[in-house]
Design a protein around this ligand. Sequence first.
Ligand code: GLA
Length: 377
Amino acid sequence: MFKSTPPMGWNSWNTFGSDISEDLIRETADSMVAAGLPDYGYEYLVIDDCWSLRERDSQGRLTADPAKFPHGMKAVADYVHSKGLKFGMYSCAGNLTCAGYPGSFEHEFTDAATFAEWGVDFLKYDYCYHSPLIPGEYLYRRMGLALENCGRDILFSACSWGADETHKWIKTSGASMWRSTGDIFDTWESIKDLTRQQSALLPYNGVGCFNDMDMLVVGMYGKGNVGLKGCSDIQYRTHFSIWAFLGSPLMIGCDVRSMTAETKKTLTCRELIAINQDPGCRQPYRIQGIWANNDMVMYAKNLSNGDIAIGLFNMNAEKTVARFNLDELGLPHSTGKTLSMTDIWTGERAGTANATVSWELAPYDCAVFRARVVDQP
Ligand code: GLA
């Protein structure tokens, strides 16, 4: 299935791990709609690992665990669809999933047919317990073909964590997104680490096959399956801003049934989502800046209407000043142009007259500008 902008939705893993059920999925669907999340673009509700029985049935088909999903998966899919959302599920290219449930290896076409029958719209496809004898690219191509021939439009979400140089072959598989990093945890160190890992892989992000930096931990506050220390609201806001800015799919990972007002505000920042969903999906580039250390991460991204998005991310525990010249963005003084910059989080305006922009950031904070090219005053 072709998707022209980064997919958006919710996934059960970060908060719930194996503790999933029909009731949870129904309540989550209800809460997503009640919070208005679909209006912002969040459309997929995805059940991750641990949904099936430990054995296939006598026909070799996967079966939903009746203790967790007493009415079967088709009923769950129907409910999710009745709310106007799309329904996602999970399997694995290996013999087993990462949590030890049956994987799709050597059952790819059967499983794709089962998912189609149930009304699945999205398949996350993991990489645990895969054969050491068969290259990953063959395995992802197999499932890509199985999905494309199953009679239903199913978005293929590859999850091989960037292993075996996934970036070099994943676009051959028909995947719409691919995990470019290892698993996220609800700590600032994890967010910082994934941000650093992503920078070399940005050239591989692009229309129709997006680098997936993993599900968001915004709003977890240390609770749930990958909740360790938790983060502050400022750190979550910076995390969300980086994922959105770098063109990652935006998959919510917190319990949407009990989101705080601050969590909802972060996840529904329209201006940031618009940068993430900009139809050009242009590659963001690192701004080198002036006197910038490694923890002052600055990116720019040219938007389709001629504006420039500028993201200044302070990854450090100290207050820091971000500085850069407009030359780096293609606007030296000789062009007669400058930028009119407004921070989309605070509404604060940056001066436009200088060729050098300086902006002070509190510890772990960020500023994201949508900047307009204007005449110099
Ligand atoms: C892997 C994936 C995670 C999650 C778990 C489920 O670790 O990277 O996102 O799907 O498996 O077991």
